[in-house]
Design a protein around this ligand. Structure first.
Ligand SMILES: [Fe+2]
Ligand SMILES: [Fe+2]
Length: 148
């Protein structure tokens, strides 16, 4: 669940992302059962910050938030996709879409491109990317289980 604190962090670090019309189109796609792709991205960003704070990890919070919000920035419906192709390709598609709209730093690029490790066999380079990668999997399971 996204809290008031999360919303404050989002507007501090990622106002431009959340006001972007293409990013807002993510709310039109179901991602996991009844959760939209935008809701999933907000969940991953908020949970990644919580995990980093809980374990007192020294991280670049701004990059975590921005990378997590953009990690699934692809605008197509999953029902029409072959899942094996999608799992491998979508980080690159999200990266291209994100790069076209925003200036990305190296950590944000790594978060987007490596978030499907170990499926994509590209090991996250930064602790921020590893956190988002693990939290993404956790959120995906949670979103699916909550809707069973
Ligand atoms: Fe993804
Ligand atoms: Fe995801």
């Amino acid at each position: 669940m996204v809290t008031v604190l999360d919303k404050t962090i989002f507007s501090l670090y990622a106002k431009d992302i959340l006001e972007n019309p293409k990013v807002n189109k993510l709310s039109e796609y179901l991602h996991h059962k009844n959760v939209t792709r935008l809701e999933h991205s907000l969940n991953v960003a908020a949970t990644s910050v919580k995990v980093a704070r809980k374990y007192n990890l020294k991280v670049d919070e701004r990059s975590i938030v921005r990378g997590a919000l953009l990690h699934d920035f692809f605008l197509y419906d999953l029902v029409n996709e072959r899942i094996e192709n999608h799992l491998v390709r979508h980080p690159y598609i999200a990266y291209e879409n994100a790069k076209a709209e925003f200036m990305l730093n190296d950590i944000e690029k790594d978060i987007i491109l490596k978030h499907m490790w170990p499926i994509t066999n590209r090991l996250p380079k930064y602790k921020e990317s590893l956190i988002v990668c693990l939290v993404d999997t956790y959120c995906a399971f949670k979103e699916k289980l909550n809707n069973l």
